[in-house]
Design a binder for this molecule. Sequence first.
Ligand code: ZN
Length: 107
Amino acid sequence: MYCTNCSNEIDEKAAICPKCGIATPLYLEDEKSNDSGSIGWGVLGFFLPLVGLILFLVWKKEKPKSAKMSLIGAAISLMAIVVIIISILTIILIFELLIAFLVHYMP
Ligand SMILES: [Zn+2]
């Protein structure tokens, strides 16, 4: 194959052109294959939403799949936190109403 930068002939398996040091399409493909989009990043984002958000911002361009997974994990985590807070507030409200009702109607 030929280098996309300097057009010199280079080894088929070369990841970087030995003449000019530019990454070959093979190297870029290798980088992409590192972008597994593993569910593990989603789990990490879930438990550490802040880390998930940072990973998303860092990986947005180089590893779009993994970035998306960590963002999804972080988003699910944040939604879970919101749901838990709303549930707790609802329970407190119900108890307050119940106590108010009992105080008002009990002899
Ligand atoms: Zn080159």
